[in-house]
Structure formats: C-alpha cells, structure tokens
Design a protein around this ligand. Structure first.
Ligand SMILES: Nc1ncnc2c1ncn2[C@@H]1O[C@H](COP(=O)(O)OP(=O)(O)OP(=O)(O)O)[C@@H](O)[C@H]1O
Length: 760
C-alpha cells in the first residue's frame, strides 16, 4: 500500500490540476442554465431590460417619480445627468438626439455611465416603488401594458386609490399639493399592495413602465432587446467553449494519469518480482503474477481515468446544482427529493439484481481463461489422446455459462437507461406542472422553471455517476489489494548491509557445513546435515533417487533459497554475507529444465556475459557439443530461437543451456541434470571436453545416470535428504548400498567393472 501511495503521490500535481479544471468545468456547466433563464426572462419577456433603473427618463416623468421619494431626490439625481437642447453643445446635442429623439422637445435625465452593480442596485431600491406608483397612477395604463393580468391588477389598484379624486383631475397635480405625510401614507399603502402581488409581477410592472418610457423617448427598444440576447448568447457560447476545453483537458490528463500510474505500477510490480526468491514466486504462482501485472493494473487504470470524470466531478456538480436551485428561491425543493429518491430506488433494485451476477461474471471469466489456457498448452496431449471432442464440450460449457450470465446482466442494465429517461422526463413534467402555478402566482418566471429543470437533471446525473462508480470501485479495490499484496511482500533473500567480497585470485571453493533445509510451510526437512566440499579443478557429482533433494541442494548455492540450518561458504565466506550479484557472477548455472529465451542462438549463449566476443560464443558452443547442430542451421548463430526454445529439440536445448553457462567464464559450474537428454556418446564427449577445458574450475554435476558420474573426482550419494555415501566410484560400489543399487539398475556388472564402458 505504501508503494501504491508513493506511485499516486507522483501524480499529485496532475491530480490537483485535474480537480481545478473540474471545478472550472462545473462552474461553466452550472452557469449555463442561468444564461438560458436570463435569455427567456430578460431577453424575451422583459425586452432585454434587466434592471429597474431607467437609462433615460423624461424630466416630466422623473418629476412624477420623485414625488414619491422626496427625501431621496438628491441621492437619486446624483447618478443622472440632465440633458436638454439648452445645456448641450451642438455636436453633443445631435448625438443625444439620435439616441433620445424626444430631447428636441423636452429635457431628459440620462444615467451616468460606468456605474457599479451595487450602485445600480442602490438606485433600483430607491426608484422601484415610486416608479411603480407612477405607473399605476398613469392615466393610460392600458396603453403602457400589453398584458391582461397587469391591466387588471393596475386598474384595480388605481380605482381603489383614486375613488376620492374627481374624474378628469390630473392625479399628479393633486399629489404635488398634498402634504408630505399624506404622500408617505400613500406610498406605504401602495407598498403593501405590491408586496401582496409577488416580486415577479411587480418586476414586470416596472419593466412595462420602462418600456413605455423608452417608447415615449422614441428610443430603439428593439435594438436593446437584440443587444441583450446576442450579448448573453455570446457569453453562453464562450462559457460552453470553456467547458468543452476543460472537458478535453480533463479527459487527456485523466488518461495520462491513468497510463502513467499503470506504467509505474507495472514497473514496480515487475522489479519487485525480479527480486523475489523462489519462496515468494511459489507463494503467488506465475500465472497470478502475470494477471496482477496486466489485468489488475488495467482495472486501476480504468478507475483513475473514470475517477476524474465521475468521483470528483459528480459531487462538485451535484452540490453546485443544489446551491443554485436553492438560490432560485423556488418552493419546489421537494421535487428534487422525489427525483433523487426515484433514482436511488431504481439503482438499488438494479444493484440487488445485477450485483451478485457481476461477481459471477468475474469468476466465469476466470474459468474460461483457465480452460482455454489448459487446452491451448495441452494441445499435443489432447491430439495424442483424441480428446478434442471432450475438450470442445468443456470449453463450450464454460463459454455458455459466461454468455448466459453476461446476457442476464446486460438485459438488466438495459432497463437502466430507458427507466432513467422516464424518471427524468417525469420529473420535468412535474416541475412544469408545479412551476406553472408559481408563475401564475408571480413568484417565478418561465426561465426560472427551465433553469430549475436543468439543475434537477444535473443533480440526478451526479447521483447516477456516483452509483456507476459503486459498480467499478469494488472491482478496482480488489485489484488494488492484489497489486499491493505483491508490492508489500518483502523478498526473503536479501543482501546484508555490509557485504564481503571475494578475492579475485581465488577460484570457487564451495563448502557445505552441516546444511539442513526445509521448504516454507513444509513440515519436514528436505536436506539434513549436509557437509561436503567441492574444490577447484575437481568434478563433484551428486547422485540419488528421484526426490532425494539433489536439485534443492544445488539451488542453495546461488541462493535461490537460503539454508535453514548450517552454512554454505564460497572461498571461506558465508554466501549470505556476499552480495547476490557478486555470488551469482561467480557461478555458471545450467538448470534442470533448460529454458531458452526468444531471440537467436547467439543471444541465448551470450545471455550471461556483457561484451562477449564471437570466438567466446563459438568456444562455449564447441565445449557444449552444440556447434555441430548450430553449423547445420541456415543462419548458424543468427538462427532464431522461439519462445521457450520450442523450435529446437530437448537435447539441443540442453546443449545451448550448457553453452550459456560455459560462456559466462565463471569459477563454479553447476549442471543440474543437464546431460539427461543427451545421447550417451555426446554425454561422454561433453564430460571429457569439460574436464579438459575447465581443469581449474569447480564443477558440480547432478545426475541420474551412473555413467555421467562414474568418472567424477567425488560422488555425493543422497538418499531422502541425507548423505549416505561420498567418495569415488570404485569405493562407493563397495561401500555404499544405495549407490550400488543405482549402479546395478543401470549397468551390467561387467560394464561397472570396466568403469562403465562409456568413460572417456
Ligand atoms: N518448491 C517446493 N516446495 C516444497 N517442496 C518441494 C519444492 N520443490 C521440491 N520439493 C520437495 O523436495 C524434495 C526434493 O526435491 P528435489 O527437486 O530437490 O529432488 P531431486 O532429487 O532433484 O529430484 P529429481 O531427480 O526428480 O529432480 C521432493 O520431495 C519435493 O517434493
């Protein structure tokens, strides 16, 4: 987990950058519904007039308005410039005339430019009520307002207020003469009525008043509307482009983070595995390690790519949309509860039905993989035993099971999309239904309903994204755990802090001192108190029945496992005190199972030594008795070797593995049953050449054949992990029963007396 965190920490900056981008994207996405609402409310319904502060107003009209706010008169007028034919220069006058044609007849107040929003809000607060009262008391209300609802409301208010005034009297002339207290009372009465009408309707009154005033000034009202719609549309377009840009960047970065993390994880897992001893390798199994470094890492990559989009974005947009919805001031909040509830119910039902099947799918995929691998690797055996039919049926069964569950899961998930669309459309209808009433009451505008629908959909989508993550997340968590298991496993074979080094003049002097060994988790020792010495210039052979511990014994020398008791020394130094690299440099090893790598004959022989010359390669091949068959190949040493060395015979493979060990020019050579696939003649010549060419090196040979060991300087006889005999052939034949049994089972007495008849 520690290393996993370390890998994620490397992408911390990119992840932070993605979060910032997602916040920008969410801000853009969240502002789009507000723009739509503004286009509908202000652009279409209010003719592009967005505030109740008149840009220009006739002097006569301003005088009427100011009647109802005498105390604030100066405060309001400071934001306006009075313009008339008399106080403007000729040029200014003509420019004002083109904009406000009425100026020819009457002076006007023009709002000062560059006013801050707060200042405008302040003016609006002061002017709104007086302007509305002026509107209500205007004689030609029916002309000013095109809407029936406004006309009805306006007429009703006007009639109730003006009952006391005789018909035909100028209302404003009367009010001008009224004492200030009476005017204040009048204003209060109107305020009460405005409050009862609702903010949306009173705003519409104010807008209607302004439209009428602008018409009276002969301003180009149409162009105000078009300007507002085009300007807001352009802003919307910019925001949408910004959202698009951030989406592309986030996707790119998400993919980059995902691939980088998976690349780093793959290298970490791989370098960890390379340092594993056989003990750790056995613990995980090779196929599981392959799956962990491919499929499991792929799951993490997928999660990281999606995480940016879903886990981070969904809460931002969900919470953002909730805040925006509350700001609309609507009382339809409960609709969101209904929507989210319906969504959660749908997801819950689907999860209940589909989730167990998801797990089953994974298990069935494993099964199909296992059967396919078994069949593909065992094809020669299947053909030899004519069991193609049976295997076909076996594969078909596994395949069919997987298809069945997959189809079920897909059918269930198929319901998800249409049902989700149904819920979304249903919720939209519900919002329209409830919202229509709010519009009627004047507490909401049409554009607000549109924005409300869009925000609700954004909230639903956020929940949906999070629930989708709940499907992907458990799988990725399992994969992360499997990867961490590998990363957290410490190799049991480690270099000491202070390593000793060999004296370069010494050859390899190998000594086993009372060595015992037990495999991890095994209950009994495989080797017991083994003590012997393998000296330079001598061949030490190890012989014993199958399972007696021969391979185990020699695997201890290059520290593929560590001894459990006793010690092994090379040139007098405990091999655990030397670095693994230095120790293994000293050893040329030909394992029991000759394993070649894909490449050429040359690359395989040169595998263990840097900067090896062609002569050295050819010499190693010659000693290993491989040059004859190599020379027959069309491309000789450049001839290709397939994966696992599948395009050469068993004997040829062994000879190349021996050549590879020899090319290393080491001090200690270990051959683990490496001559078993060789014919007797080659075996004999090879041993003879080895003896001649490597006369100052330590040779350790594990063998089953008595003829291979008969001429060794020292033969160690193993039986059930114990040394039961040690010495030369002649002595052992007389003194060691186990050796004698092996010998007699392979050669006739006569051959044995002649020294095997095959001994060089
Ligand atoms: N990785 C392992 N984990 C547990 N036990 C093991 C492992 N490898 C080998 N053994 C056991 O250790 C014993 C000795 O095995 P080893 O391979 O050393 O025998 P061997 O003499 O080389 O046999 P052969 O001649 O058949 O290659 C056997 O009983 C075997 O089952």
């Amino acid at each position: 987990m520690k290393e996993f965190r370390k890998i994620l920490a490397k992408t911390k900056v990119s992840i932070l950058f993605v979060i910032v981008l997602l916040i920008i994207q969410a801000a853009c996405d969240l502002s789009l519904p507000a723009y739509t609402s503004n286009i509908v409310n202000v652009g279409i319904q209010q003719g592009g007039i967005d505030s109740l502060v008149p840009d220009a107003i006739r002097k006569s009209e301003m005088d009427k308005v100011l009647l109802f706010t005498k105390k604030e008169q100066e405060d309001i007028l400071q934001y306006y410039k009075f313009c008339s034919k008399e106080n403007l220069s000729k040029e200014k006058f003509s420019s004002y005339k083109s904009k406000y044609p009425i100026i020819e007849k009457e002076g006007i107040y023009v709002l000062k430019s560059n006013l801050a929003k707060e200042e405008k809000n302040k003016i609006e607060a002061k002017l709104k009520t007086p302007m509305l009262i002026t509107y209500m008391l205007s004689a030609d209300i029916s002309q000013l307002s095109g809407k029936n609802s406004e006309k009805e409301n306006g007429d009703a208010m006007k009639n109730s207020f003006l009952q006391s005034i005789p018909e035909g009297t100028d209302v404003f002339a009367v009010i001008t003469k009224m004492p200030e207290e009476n005017i204040n009372e009048l204003v209060k009465e109107f305020e009460k009525k405005f409050d009862s009408l609702g903010s949306s309707i009173t705003k519409q009154f104010g807008i209607s008043y302004l439209k009428g005033e602008y018409n009276a000034i002969n301003m180009d009202v149409k162009s105000i509307q078009i300007k507002y719609i085009v300007f807001t549309g352009l802003k919307m377009l910019l925001v949408a482009l910004l959202a698009m840009g951030t989406t592309i960047l986030v996707t790119l970065l998400g993919a980059k983070i995902g691939t980088k993390v998976s690349k780093d994880l793959r290298s970490s897992v791989f370098s960890k595995v390379l340092h594993f001893s056989n003990q750790e390798l056995n613990k995980f199994s090779t196929s599981s390690l392959i799956t962990r470094s491919t499929n499991d890492i792929q799951q993490i990559q997928m999660l990281l790519v999606m995480m940016a989009r879903m886990i981070v974005y969904a809460p931002i947009i969900g919470i953002g949309a909730l805040i925006k919805v509350t700001r609309t001031g609507s009382d339809m909040f409960w609709v969101i509860g209904v929507a989210v509830g319906a969504m959660l119910l749908l997801i819950l039902i689907l999860m209940q039905v589909a989730m167990p099947k998801f797990k089953q799918v994974q298990q069935l995929v494993d099964k199909v993989n296992q059967v396919a691998r078994e069949i593909l690797t065992g094809l020669p055996v299947i053909r030899a035993f004519n069991t193609e039919r049976y295997e076909e049926k076996r594969f078909d069964g596994a395949n069919r099971d997987l298809t069945k569950v997959n189809l079920f899961v897909n059918r269930v998930m198929m319901f998800m999309m249409p049902t989700m669309m149904f819920i979304m459309n249903g919720i939209s209808i519900l919002i329209l239904w409830v919202g229509a009433d709010s519009v009627n009451k004047g507490s909401m505008q049409v554009g607000d309903i549109m924005a409300f629908i869009q925000y609700t959909i954004q909230i639903i989508m956020a929940f949906l994204m999070l629930s989708l993550m709940s499907i992907i997340l458990p799988r990725a968590i399992v994969s992360a755990k499997r990867i961490c298991e590998v990363l957290d496993t410490e190799a049991t074979i480690l270099d000491p802090d202070d390593t000793k080094s060999f004296d370069n003049r010494d050859r390899g002097y190998v000594e086993f001192k009372e060595v015992s060994f037990r495999y991890p988790k095994a209950t009994e020792n495989v080797l017991n108190h083994i003590s012997f010495t393998a000296k330079p210039g001598e061949t030490t052979a190890i012989i014993g029945s199958t399972g007696s511990g021969k391979s185990t014994l020699i695997n201890l020398i290059p520290r593929l496992y560590d001894v459990t008791e006793g010690m092994i020394t090379v040139n007098g130094i405990d091999i655990r005190e030397i670095s693994q690299h230095n120790l293994r440099e000293k050893i040329g090893f030909a394992p029991q199972k000759a394993l070649l790598f894909s490449g050429t004959i040359e690359s395989n022989i040169a595998y263990g030594k840097d900067n090896i010359s062609d002569e050295e390669i050819q010499k190693a091949a010659r000693i290993a008795q491989a040059s004859d068959f190599i020379d027959e190949k069309p491309e000789k040493y450049k001839d290709s070797i397939a994966q696992n060395g599948d395009n050469v015979s068993g004997g040829q493979k062994q000879r190349l593995a021996i050549a590879r060990a020899l090319a290393k020019d080491a001090d200690i050579f270990i051959f683990d049953d490496s001559f078993s696939a060789l014919d007797y003649k080659t075996d004999r010549i090879l041993r003879q050449t080895l003896k001649n060419e490597l006369n100052d090196r330590t040779i350790i040979i594990v063998a089953q054949r008595i003829s291979t060991v008969i001429n060794a300087d020292q033969i160690v006889v193993l039986d059930e992990g114990n040394i039961v005999g040690m010495g030369k052939h002649k002595d052992l034949i007389e003194s060691c029963e186990v050796y004698r049994d092996i010998a007699y089972s392979q050669l006739s007495e006569e051959e044995l007396m002649q020294g095997g008849g095959v001994i060089a």
